[in-house]
Design a protein around this ligand. Structure first.
Ligand code: KIV
Ligand code: NA
Length: 267
């Protein structure tokens, strides 16, 4: 397709194919991932950690999400762009969810929004869908609820938890969610959820049976420092690439090796 839409993600599920999603927060990086063929891009509220330097996603505002999402949309030609509803922008009521999601669609031009929450948020999904907004429901570990969930922990373990997650996912699908994203869920549970749904699923730390996979790009490309979650596969070491290049640039400046004659203008 010249432009990925919800129907293409649904077709992937129907035909037993997979698709890739990456987070992204700026136009230049979005253009790179788009050109590399990534089907879907997520302007995650992880922008709070990766770009804004917060220690969680909780401080991120709708205004922040509009700014970063608009930049991503401007950088993209083919990819399907999803933006997160940030903490505090939808929980109060379906009306609040519609209002916030509408800003992301109208002001930033995203193709869908993602909202964290289980079946208690069915009315919110129904209202946004009725308003013409495509919704991804994010279940399993939901980082915006870390203080209720007791930290970063795998969800869907223990007696009845898998059945509850399947019931949640089914309710959100029935409410209109065109896709269900699962974070940090045992592979077997995520497989059962995927099999219980007609709509496509996306996983992060949710095994190999979801329709799509998503990773935070700075983790995937090795830009972020420090310990990575078990579910991350690192495909490059941008941390070293950039550190070495910047140190070389600095050395050249100090020694006078840069700028060379070819970098200079003549009168
Ligand atoms: O904000 C984010 O990056 C996300 C993904 C990790 C799913 O929600
Ligand atoms: Na998020």
């Amino acid at each position: 397709p010249s432009r990925y839409r919800t129907v293409h993600l649904q077709r992937a599920k129907d035909e037993g194919r997979r698709f890739a999603m990456l987070t992204v927060y700026d136009a230049m990086t979005a253009a790179l991932f788009d050109a590399a063929g990534v089907e879907a891009l997520l302007v995650g509220d992880s922008v709070g950690n990766t770009v804004l330097g917060h220690s969680s996603t909780l401080p991120v505002t709708v205004e922040d999400m509009v700014t970063f999402s608009a930049a991503v949309v401007r950088g993209v030609q083919r990819a399907f762009v999803v933006a997160d509803l940030p903490f505090g922008s939808y929980e109060e009521s379906p009306e609040q969810a519609v209002r916030s999601a509408m800003r992301l669609v109208k002001e930033a031009g995203v193709h869908a929004v993602k909202m964290e929450g289980d079946e208690r948020f069915v009315p919110h999904v129904e209202a946004m869908t009725a308003a013409g907004i495509a919704v991804v429901a994010h279940i399993g570990f939901t980082p915006q609820s870390e203080h209720v969930l007791g930290g970063y922990r795998v969800q869907g373990r223990g007696d009845g938890a898998a059945d509850r997650m399947i019931a949640s996912a089914r309710a959100l699908e029935a409410a209109g969610a065109f896709c269900v994203l699962m974070e940090m869920v045992p592979a077997e549970v995520a497989r059962a959820v995927d099999e219980a749904l007609t709509v496509p699923t996306i996983g992060i730390g949710a095994g190999d049976s979801t329709t799509g996979q998503v990773l935070v790009w700075q983790d995937m490309l090795g830009l972020s420092d420090g310990r990575k979650p078990r579910f991350v596969k690192q495909y490059a070491d941008l941390h070293s690439v950039i550190t070495d290049a910047v140190a070389a640039y600095r050395r050249d400046v100090i020694t006078g090796a840069f700028p060379a004659p070819e970098h200079q203008f003549e009168s």
